[in-house]
Design a binder for this molecule. Structure first.
Ligand code: XMP
Length: 330
């Protein structure tokens, strides 16, 4: 049921009515499926799981348990921001501070797929441990949307990378899955979120991968590298967020290639990190173009990062389309 995309552009009133209908219909379906039983949701703070939580909260007030596994690979201040929004809601919000666990499992690991696998496995392990503490919860909810289904290979599409957030294992022991957004594209999900009254900062959030900045730090992940990347990334986002909405890329962030280059600081030789800036414009994230950001914006980003982030003396801009590049570097 790909409801709104085609309607959104020309008939907004009709869209609002369609959204209200969609929400009403999903609430009725969730209530019929779950009844008085409990539902568990892994909340990442992304648009999909957040809208999923808000929808289920409306359908089943108090019956939803949300677990937010903070793996320490979030963007600057993001864990606290997510906790601030959701701990106020009627959804039994639990934040698990698992940063140390993830970092120690990732120590010494450099292969991209091995890193993804570890992050995915550890995520499920932490989630299961927390779920076990809650006792028996009958249903598992997931914010799966249509492109997740397509990109994970289940619709005859080729799998390019392992995404950990689509499928929790079947043997996790639930009576059923609740996936109210499975038929929707991202823009539709945002529209549903707005209709449900979620804050704009959350609804308009750019996509963020399940393994977080773990796939934006090439090679071994350490706390120091995470902190450095977070600072640079916050500057990239802050500067690009100043652009008018219509000229903003679909996704924009910083990458730490984990390479040092020679530079000059205070008239002395320095040997410091490179930061790469990635910004892509795409409709479906399956293909995309690098965004033609103005030199003015790029210069401000480069000047700020090299001045404000200790240990970075060079900034480069990735001008690769997808394909052959992917959005993320790992
Ligand atoms: P790529 O790098 O494959 O990214 O061109 C396409 C889109 O998917 C996001 N992405 C992920 N999302 N778990 C996710 O939830 C993942 O493992 C993952 N890897 C990539 C990426 O940020 C982009 O939006």
């Amino acid at each position: 049921m790909q409801l709104f995309c085609s309607l959104q552009r020309d008939r907004p009133l009709c869209v609002v009515r369609k959204m209200k209908d969609f929400i009403k219909q999903q609430i009725a379906e969730i209530q019929a499926q779950v009844g008085k039983r409990g539902v568990l949701l892994g909340l990442s703070g992304g648009v999909d799981s957040s809208v999923c939580a808000a929808l289920i909260e409306q359908a089943l007030p108090g019956q939803l348990h949300c677990i937010f596994v903070d793996h320490g690979l979030m963007r600057k201040n993001e864990g606290d921001e997510i906790a601030a929004v959701f701990s106020k809601k009627n959804l039994n919000f639990i934040r698990v501070n698992a940063q140390e666990r993830f970092l120690s499992r990732l120590a010494g690991v450099t292969d991209p797929e091995a890193k993804r696998k570890i992050i995915g496995e550890e995520f499920i392990r932490v989630f299961e441990e927390e779920a076990a503490k809650l006792g028996s919860v009958d249903f598992l909810a997931q914010g799966t949307i249509y492109p997740d289904v397509a990109e994970s290979g289940s619709d005859g599409h080729k799998k390019v990378k392992s995404h950990h957030n689509v499928a929790l294992p079947d043997d996790i022991g639930f009576a059923g899955l609740v996936e109210p957004l499975r038929s929707l594209y991202k823009e539709d999900v945002r529209a549903v979120g707005r209709e449900l009254g979620l804050p704009e900062a959350l609804v308009a959030r750019q996509p963020f991968p399940g393994p977080g900045i773990g796939v934006r730090i090439l090679g071994e992940i350490t706390r120091e590298k995470c902190d450095l990347l977070r600072e640079a990334d916050a500057i990239v986002r802050e500067e690009i967020d100043k652009l008018p909405t219509e000229s903003r890329p679909s996704q924009y962030f910083a990458i730490l290639p984990d390479l040092l280059t020679v530079g000059v600081r205070n008239s002395e030789r320095c040997y410091e990190h490179i930061i790469a800036v990635r910004a892509v414009s795409t409709r479906d994230f399956v293909t995309g173009q690098y965004t033609r950001l103005s030199h003015k914006v790029l210069e401000v980003i480069a000047a700020r990062i090299t001045a404000e982030v200790a240990g970075v003396n060079r900034v480069v801009y990735d001008i690769t389309d997808k394909p052959p590049g992917t959005v993320e570097w790992e």
